[in-house]
Design a protein around this ligand. Structure first.
Ligand code: SF4
Length: 702
């Protein structure tokens, strides 16, 4: 007999699907899509449907460990607090760091950010969300003044044209792909354009596929900006009343991308195909441009984001149904982490760390001793600072940087250099936990309580439905207990997750007279029961919009100082490292359909593991011939940063000159190191996002 179903949220991607979970007497977990959740209306993808297979006890971290010995919570927490205090007293607050995760719940994230920025007095807290969507954040902020996603999922159904730029939606955001497929079936006039160097499964719904050269998207959108002006398809009234900088952006675009054939050559596509896309975009009022890691993961990802936002600003296609530039986030709570200031260059509640007024306001609200005046180190820089000895103690929460950061050998060397590595996670054995001096067992999905925010700004509850295994605890509790032991008792006195939530919500509305986008102050007074039954809601949830807000900027007002959106002039940016005779191919890494991140969860499911059983390198038949590679033969891939041996897959879906390798496999789950050991550590100077989509490599038979 099953117990009543519990309503919760899928812990994988940024779609944020609602799920209904039941647990029978034998503790078997059944999962189905929540028909009432507005993200998925009952749909699930393969990963969500297999969640019940991934909650078992194998490889769970069950008890605190210090130097490999099991201990109790009191001793472990005293040790962590004491060691952090020792390092801070000896070397200053910037000698410590937190590296956190888009897997954390908002409540966990809030407390970690508060402890580091408000009480330790350093901004050295960054997150693995830096790796997936920080260029989207930076692009939105440059254009709108704030990190504000303007759209809702329902805009996908209301659009007449959906442009999917650098997004393998079919595999990475599968339920949104299902929604697009259904929208197209219901409305045969809906056109879909896919912009991607690879012919991915997303092309199944494409009316037009632009197989552009890797990294040429800014050129493509600059060319579109010029075309829109030349064809008269601009919204002059919107540009004049609501924006700044159009002339500069157009001049900059025209300098490199004013001629159609020049753009077509640079993008590696024929002029007729390019013109067809431009015509389609120009004549269609309701356009949603979805963008994801293929745009963001470049050393000029922020410029690429702004190049596509510029096109929406020139046409005024923002803030109305069925239109807007729409970032699909990778992780379940990448957005929630942004809300609480989980990036090293942010403060809480979408306030800015380099804004003295914001710092003073947050410090007063937290009653904290000091908030640093400068941004902390972003993810790649943070690990390089460990390597050079600048950072001596790090606390890694719910993530596996020894696999997922670029240039992983250097990351491992950096962890080996630290005086103290603390890892709190629900998983015991990973490539990262082997470097830990202290392991702290965190509750897993199904055991913990809190909230996450998906790609459309929708806050949903994650609810517990399983007893906690071992002696695991919520992340917010673990961080709070360390904070209390460091001497900040009253600031970290949270009896339950709802108490953290109330403070977070109250801060969002604190002295916020509408100049800040993130406001959920209407939810600050939730009772324990209200919090338990909180329905999914899109922020802002303010006095002016108590039921939430589906769409932003409908009034043409943005969150810049003068209320006007900003065009950003984009030149013709290039990747940090060009291909060469030694490294003639471009490596691109990404997800596969049935796996998540570093396999710690999906690797437990036989069903999911059966889809693709091992890592591979996908390359074009002509490249296979040129480099004497046989289909299914082993190949050695090497770059200036490392090498791996994987099996080749020769396929026409891969464009000539490029190699694709999935990101998931690692030494803990296979004999193959992560593909990220090959990846260049170059980052975007604005966002700090690494260039996962463009590393020069060589290939040879093994
Ligand atoms: Fe979970 Fe994403 Fe699949 Fe939805 S689309 S079920 S959130 S993995």
């Amino acid at each position: 007999m099953s117990n009543p179903e519990i309503r919760t949220t899928c812990p994988y991607c940024g779609v944020g699907c609602g799920v209904l979970v039941s647990v029978d007497e034998a503790m078997n977990v059944s999962v189905r899509g929540d028909p009432d959740h507005p993200a998925n209306f009952g749909r699930l993808c393969s990963k969500g449907a297999a969640l019940g297979e991934t909650v078992g006890p194998d490889n769970r971290l069950l008890y605190p460990k210090v130097d490999g010995e099991v201990t109790d919570w009191g001793r472990a927490l005293d040790h962590v607090a004491g060691e952090f205090k020792r390092v801070i007293e000896t070397h200053g607050p910037d000698a410590v760091a937190f590296y956190v995760s888009g897997q954390l719940l908002t409540e966990d994230y809030y407390v970690a950010n508060k402890l580091m920025k408000g009480f330790i007095g350093s901004a050295n807290i960054d997150t693995n969300s830096r790796l997936c969507m920080s260029s989207a954040v930076a692009g939105y902020k440059r254009a709108f003044g704030t990190d504000t996603v303007p759209c809702s999922y329902e805009d996908l159904e209301r659009a007449k044209l959906i442009v999917l730029a650098g997004s393998n939606t079919a595999w990475c955001h599968p339920v949104l792909f299902q929604r697009i497929r259904k929208a197209k079936k219901d409305n045969p006039d809906l056109m879909v354009v896919v912009i991607d160097p690879r012919a991915t499964p997303t092309c199944d719904v494409a009316d037009l596929h632009l197989a552009v050269r890797p990294g040429s998207d800014a050129m493509l959108f600059n060319g579109l900006l010029c075309y829109l002006q030349d064809s008269g398809e601009l919204n002059a009234l919107f540009v004049e009343r609501c924006t700044d900088g159009a002339d500069e952006a157009l001049a900059s675009a025209r300098a490199s991308a004013g001629e159609l054939d020049v753009v077509a050559t640079a993008c590696g596509i024929d002029t007729d195909t390019l013109r067809e896309f431009y015509r389609l975009f120009a004549r269609t009022e309701r356009v949603v441009t979805v963008f994801s890691q293929g745009i963001n993961q470049f050393s000029f990802g922020t410029d690429k984001v702004n190049s596509l936002i510029n096109c929406h600003l020139l046409t005024g296609r923002i803030g109305r149904p069925g239109m807007g530039p729409f970032s699909f986030t990778g992780q379940p709570n990448a957005m929630g982490g942004r809300e609480v200031g989980g990036l090293a260059n942010q403060l809480a509640a979408h306030m800015e760390i380099d804004n003295p007024q914001h710092r003073e306001r947050v410090q007063r609200f937290w009653q904290s001793p000091a908030i640093p005046g400068q941004a902390g180190l972003k993810a790649v820089d943070m690990f390089q600072a460990m390597e050079t000895g600048k950072i001596k103690a790090v606390w890694i929460m719910a993530t596996n940087p020894a696999v997922s950061l670029p240039d992983t050998q250097r990351v491992r060397a950096a962890l080996g250099q630290c005086e103290l590595v603390v890892v709190s996670d629900c998983v015991e054995h990973t490539d990262t936990t082997q470097y830990a001096d202290v392991l702290l067992p965190a509750q897993s999905w199904g055991e913990k309580e809190g909230t996450v925010t998906n790609s459309e700004r929708r806050i949903s509850r994650q609810r517990a439905f399983l007893p906690t295994q071992g002696d695991a605890r919520p992340d917010w509790w673990i961080v709070s207990e360390v904070g209390r032991r460091m001497g900040y008792e009253s600031a970290f006195d949270y009896p339950a997750a709802v108490d953290v939530w109330r403070e977070h919500a109250a801060l969002s509305g604190f002295e916020n007279d509408g100049e800040r986008d993130f406001d959920i102050s209407e939810l600050a007074g939730l009772s324990h029961e209200d919090y338990q039954y909180l329905p999914p809601v899109q922020w802002p949830v303010s006095h002016a919009a108590p039921q939430g807000s589906a769409r932003m900027f409908s009034d043409g007002h943005f969150f810049t100082r003068n209320g006007r959106a900003r065009f950003v002039p984009i030149n013709n940016p290039q990747p940090a490292h060009a291909i060469s005779d030694d490294y003639p191919l471009v490596l691109n890494s990404g997800r596969v359909r049935d796996h998540w991140h570093t396999l710690t969860r999906t690797g437990k499911s036989p069903r999911l593991s059966g889809h693709i059983v091992e890592p591979y390198a996908e390359l074009h038949p002509d490249d296979a011939t040129q480099y004497s590679v046989e289909d299914h033969g082993l190949v050695r891939l090497h770059s200036a940063w490392g090498e791996i041996v994987v099996r080749a897959q020769v396929t026409g879906t891969q464009q000539r000159g490029s190699v694709f390798v999935p990101m998931h496999w690692n030494l803990q789950f296979s004999s193959v190191p992560s593909v990220d050991c090959l990846v260049s550590p170059a980052t975007d100077p604005v966002s700090g996002q690494p260039e996962f989509k463009y590393t020069p490599v060589a290939i040879e038979p093994f």
